[in-house]
Structure formats: C-alpha cells, structure tokens
Design a binder for this molecule. Structure first.
Ligand code: FMN
Length: 177
C-alpha cells in the first residue's frame, strides 16, 4: 500500500470483527506512533494498550450520553495519557494560545492510526471519554489526563471504505507565489 492509498483507506471504523488483535501489533503501532514529532521533542505522552478481555470493560470508559456504544464490540484500545513536564506546563500557561501538547497528542494519534492501517488494523480516534474512570482503570494517579483514546481492531466483514467527506479543497488551500 503506498502512502496515498494509506491516507484514503484510514477512516473511523465503528464496527469490528471479533478477530483478536496481537499484543505485538499493538506494541508495533505504538512504537511507530512514538516517532511522531512534538514541540521541543517533549513527547508529552504515555501510551497504554488495552487488549482482549480487559478491552470489553475498558469500553465503558469511552461511552457517554449514548455516544460510542459501538465500542463494546471493539477488541482493543490505545489510551493516550498527557504527560507534560513542569516546564511545558509553564509554557502552556504563558502562551495559552499555543497548545503545544494538544498538537503533539493530535500528531501522535495521526501517526498511530496510520501505522495501524499500514499493519492492516482499523481504528477510530475517540475524544469522548471519561478521564477519571480511565485513570482508575489503568491505576494512574487521580487527575491524570487522557485527551484521546484510539479504538483498534479489524473492521467487521462488509464494512466498506467510505469516500472521504471533506470540505472542497479550494476552500482550505491557497497557493501563494
Ligand atoms: C479529536 C477527535 C475526536 C474524535 N472523537 C470521536 C468520538 O468520540 N467518537 C467517534 O465515533 N468518532 C470520533 N472522532 C472521529 C471523527 O468523527 C472522524 O475522524 C471524522 O468524522 C472524519 O472521518 P474519518 O475519520 O472516517 O475520515 C474523533 C476524531 C478526532 C480527530
């Protein structure tokens, strides 16, 4: 699969087969994800891969007000913890308009989802999540931040690759020369 095909194939997958995900694949995806760039190379993240039986229970942490119910059929998750140093906290306070860590986490999620697709796994980035429950589930300290979770698994049979629904390109791009 070339890069363009990879970009077109990656989509938010919301129906999964019950095929198990190999622990080694989750680890590989996170290893590739960790190559993402970050402000000052701060890498303000920690990744937790949740697989198998534990994933069934974890799904409750990303279901809220009727959203993300479909995650109950999802065989694996990667929870991203925001792990900022004191220095980065200070910078964030000073330049609140520059949410470097937020950008970094978004880049990590992009790298993870594309790495997963490359390895034949589908994903969905989840912003709806219950951070306190995630922290308790993972045994992380109270107040830990989990800006994003990524659902991962193999798409259910017959789950088609959708045409991309994006703004007209000329609305979002200008060439200046
Ligand atoms: C930060 C972020 C949060 C998201 N949260 C959710 C979510 O909680 N549940 C969900 O089903 N999709 C979620 N999505 C997926 C988006 O709806 C999806 O990426 C968008 O509609 C484009 O579709 P595509 O990913 O299939 O190309 C999220 C995506 C991003 C980037």
């Amino acid at each position: 699969m070339n890069l363009e095909e990879l970009y077109l194939k990656r989509q938010s997958t919301r129906r999964y087969s019950d095929k198990a995900v190999a622990d080694a694949d989750l680890e590989k995806i996170c290893r590739l994800g960790a190559l993402a760039p970050s402000a000052k190379n701060s890498q303000p993240w920690k990744m937790f891969a949740i697989n198998g039986e534990k994933a069934k229970k974890f799904a409750e942490c990303v279901q809220m007000l009727g959203s993300n119910k479909w995650t109950s059929s999802c065989p694996a998750f990667i929870a991203i913890e925001l792990n900022r140093s004191k220095f980065e906290e200070k910078i964030a306070e000073k330049f609140t308009f520059a949410d470097f860590a937020g950008n970094d986490i978004g880049l990590l999620a992009a790298y993870i989802t594309l790495a997963a697709e490359y390895l034949g796994l589908q994903t969905c980035i989840l912003g709806i999540r219950k951070e306190e429950e995630i922290a308790a589930f993972l045994g992380e300290p109270e107040g830990s931040r989990f800006p994003l979770v990524i659902a991962a698994g193999y798409a259910a049979e017959g789950y088609e690759v959708r045409p991309k629904d994006r703004k007209p390109f000329d609305e979002v791009f200008r060439l200046i020369k």
